[in-house]
Ligand binder design. Sequence first.
Ligand SMILES: Cc1cc2nc3c(=O)[nH]c(=O)nc-3n(C[C@H](O)[C@H](O)[C@H](O)COP(=O)(O)O)c2cc1C
Length: 176
Amino acid sequence: MKVMIAYTSKTGTTEECVERLKAALDGMTVETVRLDEKVPDLDSCDILILGAPVRFGKLPKCVRAYLKENEAKLLQKPHALFLCCGLAHEYDFYIENLYSDALRASAFLVENFGGTLSYEGQNFFGKILIHAVRSTIRENEIEDGEYTPEMPSILPESIGKMATYIRKEAEKLQKA
Ligand SMILES: Cc1cc2nc3c(=O)[nH]c(=O)nc-3n(C[C@H](O)[C@H](O)[C@H](O)COP(=O)(O)O)c2cc1C
C-alpha cells in the first residue's frame, strides 16, 4: 500500500507540513513528489494526497497545470486534499474555489493545514506583502478587543487528522 503526497511549496511551510504528515504515517510506504519538479506517476500509488499553498488567492501554477492535465485520472484514485494559507478566515472560500466540486466531493478528506506569515525566505516584494497582511491582522484583532493578535501557524491537529484518515483509507482498500 503506497501513499503519494504531491505538493509544492514556495517558502517551506507546505514542505514542513508534508514532512510532518510523512512522519505521522510512520510504518507506511510514503513517496513525496514536488509538482514543480516532477509529475507523479498515479499508477504507482494506491492513495494520493494533494496539497499546496495559496498565493494571491490562487493555487501555484504547477498545481493548476497538474490538475488541468490529470484531474480526470485523479478522480478515479482514492485521494485527499489540503491547503496551506495565511488568511485562515478565507480558507472556506479558497477550498471551494481552488479545487473543483468533483475533486472535493470524491476526496476522503479535505483539510486546512494552516500556514505562516513569516518573513523568512521571502523576496523583497513578499516581505512587504507579509508585513501588510500581519499589520491588517493586528489592527483587526485589536479593534475586536484581542490585544495579543494571533498570527497564523501550522495546524498539527489537522495533519494528525489527515494521517488518521489515510490509515483508515488504506485499511479499507486492503480489505476490499
Ligand atoms: C507573495 C505571497 C502571497 C500570498 N498570498 C496569500 C493569499 O492570497 N491568501 C492567503 O491566505 N495566504 C497568502 N499568502 C500566505 C501563504 O499562503 C503562507 O505564507 C503559506 O504558509 C506559504 O506556504 P509555502 O511556504 O509552502 O509557500 C501569501 C504569501 C506570500 C509570500
